[in-house]
Design a protein around this ligand. Structure first.
Ligand SMILES: Cc1cc2nc3c(=O)[nH]c(=O)nc-3n(C[C@H](O)[C@H](O)[C@H](O)COP(=O)(O)OP(=O)(O)OC[C@H]3O[C@@H](n4cnc5c(N)ncnc54)[C@H](O)[C@@H]3O)c2cc1C
Length: 485
């Protein structure tokens, strides 16, 4: 990050290294990257303490129904800290923060509130789609709006609309997709596409300025025609039908969107080849790794709550007066949280080496970040480079250069970590109930919210059952042909 200075060895650095021994080892070989991780952690830590912790319970209680005062304030504060452009390349006005650093920051944020973490992170999913299909011109345009939004304190959010009333899990696996009952479709018309259909559970759908809509151009051929369209919220035919009454992660609204004869020009169809398979696997590999980081944060969060409650007196807990039982439960919770952390770091690194991030690394984006000066230089260069038809054509072929085995490997790591971390987060909630007894049902302790929030981790970015299928197909089967495994 440009605004961050390299630091000397400090107490904070030592405690960061103790929290992340894998990074402490890396610091010797790649101090710059580890420093970026630490600085990103600090950024989210300060945001979590000063902004999120103050409103988390209130946002959970009122959800989207409040006049949005606290949500507005939270979004403005996030803009001031430039959280929405963290992962954008520097050559596009962002800060070029790695997936590793971002995940570590999001883990910290999830310790405070999973709903807020999802609210701030979910637009990365849509950005991932733009990156995976090599839609450089649209990425540049969106990046400019995100940076501008941060400047004005009004975030430019983009949502991803894939799930439909009759198709959720089916969209995320090639074999299931073949038989999916998709209703939403984009039909060819003069100079563009007409979208008709309904999408549900769209995170940030009611807040987003634009949506990346995943729909086939031929419903009878979903595998070969699955496409991604950029649809601005004020286009005729786009409607937010309702916002769901969710039990968990209530700070992040999930909306039903309808598209009625919604026209988008040719330039808004982001992909050339179908997005089913490799492209979606890449995006989901990165986003599932992030959800795994959420799980680790949630597991640590509930541990911290329990420690706080026990240290105030221990009175009223289920194991009051029984110190050994208390220690045993807290010890198990700590182990779970650390296991979750190791698991998501592994997935993030796999996706950095073999998945979406490796695509960005070999691509012109990262090269540009190394040579283009920040500020006006970046702005001028990005126009020329990102809108070049030649480069756009080449970028759309990036996917072809990635080996299917590597993409599968990244995907399997991410799915496995997502399953493990969401389970470990829930297990810590169960342990909190064992420890606190009836106290764990008192809203003001924060534990009931932890339960409700953590439950959703097993559902989005594919349910854990679908993730298990992914692990089997791309991990277990592939590893059986690999001598090392
Ligand atoms: C809080 C939240 C936020 C979300 N955000 C978004 C978003 O931003 N954008 C978006 O597009 N979607 C979003 N979703 C939707 C989410 O991705 C879907 O809920 C998920 O993919 C599951 O689909 P479904 O709900 O239709 O369940 P279904 O597909 O109907 O599945 C129901 C149950 O059957 C199981 N099942 C289904 N098929 C199989 C199979 N072949 N093998 C084994 N088990 C199977 C599932 O695991 C599940 O337990 C969100 C969901 C939630 C809850």
């Amino acid at each position: 990050m440009r605004f961050l200075q390299p630091s000397r060895v400090t107490d904070a650095e030592q405690s960061f290294d103790r929290a992340y021994p894998i990074l402490a080892a890396m610091r010797r070989t790649n101090p710059r990257q580890v420093s970026e991780c630490e600085q990103t952690w600090l950024l989210f830590d300060s945001f979590a303490r000063t902004v999120v912790d103050v409103v988390a319970l209130e946002l959970d209680e009122a959800g989207f129904e409040i006049p949005s005062q606290s949500l507005e304030n939270l979004l403005t504060e996030a803009c001031q800290r430039r959280i929405f452009s963290l992962s954008l390349p520097r050559s596009l006005g962002g800060q070029g923060v790695s997936l590793l650093a971002l995940s570590i920051g999001l883990e910290r944020l999830s310790r405070s509130c999973l709903g807020v973490a999802n609210l701030l992170a979910v637009h990365g999913l849509a950005l991932g789609v733009l990156g995976a299909v090599g839609a450089l011109t649209q990425l540049r345009q969106i990046a400019a709006q995100i940076v501008e939004g941060e400047r004005n304190g009004k975030p430019y959010l983009i949502s991803t609309a894939a799930t439909e009333p009759e198709a959720g899990t089916d969209l995320e696996d090639l074999e299931l997709l073949e038989h999916a009952r998709l209703r939403c479709e984009a039909k060819r018309v003069a100079d563009g596409w007409n979208i008709n259909g309904t999408k549900i559970f769209v995170s940030n759908g009611s807040l987003a300025s634009a949506h990346v809509v995943i729909a086939p151009t031929d419903r009878s051929q979903p595998v070969s025609s699955l496409s991604a369209f950029l649809v601005e919220r004020d286009r005729p035919g786009v409607k937010v039908v309702r916002v769901e009454h969710k039990l968990g992660q209530r700070a992040c609204p999930a909306a039903e969107l309808s598209f009625l004869d919604c026209f988008v020009p040719d330039s808004h169809k982001l992909n050339q080849q179908s997005v089913a398979g490799k492209a979606l696997d890449l995006v989901l590999g990165a986003s599932r790794s992030t959800v795994a980081a959420f799980g680790s944060g949630a597991a640590f969060g509930v541990l911290r709550d329990c420690q706080r409650i026990c240290s105030t007196s221990g009175a009223g807990t289920a194991v009051e007066g029984d110190q050994e039982s208390t220690y045993a439960i807290l010890s198990q919770m700590w182990q779970n949280a650390r296991l979750a952390r190791s698991s998501y770091l592994d997935a993030v690194l796999a996706n950095t080496c073999f998945g979406l991030i490796s695509l960005m690394e070999v691509a012109i984006l990262r090269q540009l970040d190394r040579v283009v000066p920040p500020g006006i230089g970046a702005w001028a260069t990005s126009f020329r480079v990102f809108d070049s038809p030649l480069l756009n054509r080449e970028a759309r072929r990036w996917l072809d250069h990635l080996s299917p085995e590597k993409v599968a490997d990244a995907s399997a790591h991410a799915s496995a970590a997502k399953i493990a971390c969401s389970r470990l987060a829930l297990e810590n909630c169960e342990l909190a109930s064992d420890l606190l007894g009836p106290l764990s049902t008192v809203e003001s302790t924060g534990i009931p919210k932890r339960w409700r929030d953590a439950r959703l981790l097993a559902i989005y970015e594919g349910t854990n059952e679908l993730n298990a299928l992914d692990v089997y197909k791309k991990g277990v089967l592939q590893d059986s042909e690999n001598a090392i495994g």
